[in-house]
Design a protein around this ligand. Structure first.
Ligand SMILES: *Cc1c(COP(=O)(O)O)cnc(C)c1O
Length: 243
């Protein structure tokens, strides 16, 4: 039997999530956007299943993981959650990924998209798997993603993949001290989205951008998905010192 979630923990998570949601709503209001356009993915990497059951009880149902393996072990223990993959996907884990995730936000190369499409076809799936194309907007050598100058070239091949829904594009901003410093990256992602959608309407309007340190700026710049870990679940073990 799965133990009942601890009501105090549920309350704390509900409060943290509510605070995030209010900040998003305010950022949306500042720029005349409908806050309902913004989905929160609660990034739950390192957070144990018991706490995630409390999160679900608190109404936090869209969870983001950056490792297939970790999601695979936690998912069976967290009923009622919907999982997004936000981290790099190795080709040899693509088969497991299509079974686990409702959205893959981190499709960072054409070969991976082709592989996902083929696996979905082989599995006889008739729905389309929603994906975001990850773009390395800042051309940061340490980050994965399509080069912003080269993605247009790949777009026709991507759009032809019948089992994928190209929901939008995604980026991971640089680590910044001042959230304002992230604005140019977000603005560039939005401009790129507009340009690409002009070339191929198969690409959706989704913009997955913004994390704990900069999500309000991301919402002001048009984010439709924000991926938030620490502002909901607290600092991750071993990471606080690095900041
Ligand atoms: C960890 C992670 C996040 C969440 O980061 P926080 O700073 O904890 O909000 C968002 N996106 C990706 C890709 C991540 O790996």
């Amino acid at each position: 039997m799965t133990p009942e979630p601890d009501p105090e923990e549920v309350g704390r998570l509900r409060e943290a999530y509510g605070a995030v949601r209010r900040r998003i709503d305010a950022a949306a209001a500042r720029t005349g956007r409908d806050p309902a356009e913004v989905t929160v993915v609660a990034v739950s990497k390192t957070v144990p299943p018991a706490r995630l059951r409390s999160a679900v009880a608190a109404g936090i149902t869209i969870l983001g993981e950056n490792r297939v393996q970790e999601a695979e072990t936690k998912a069976p223990e967290v009923a009622g959650a919907r999982w997004h993959l936000v981290g790099p996907l190795q080709s040899n884990k693509a088969r497991r990924a299509i079974e686990l995730f409702e959205v893959i936000e981190s499709v960072d190369r054409l070969e991976l998209a082709v592989r996902l499409d083929r696996l979905l076809a082989d599995a006889g799936r008739t729905d389309r798997l929603a994906v975001h194309l990850q773009v390395n907007v800042d051309r940061d050598r340490s980050k994965a993603g399509f080069d912003p100058g080269a993605i247009a070239e790949a777009l026709p091949a991507l759009a032809a993949l019948e089992h994928l829904e190209l929901a939008g594009i995604m980026t991971i901003g640089r680590l910044v001290d001042d959230p304002e410093a992230a604005r140019p990256t977000f603005r560039a992602l939005r401009a790129l989205s507009e340009r690409l959608r002009g070339l191929d309407p198969a690409l959706g309007r989704g913009l997955s951008m913004g994390m704990t340190d900069d999500f309000e700026v991301a919402v002001e710049e048009g984010a439709t998905t924000v991926r938030i870990g620490r502002a909901i679940f607290g600092e991750r073990p071993g990471e606080a010192d690095a900041r």
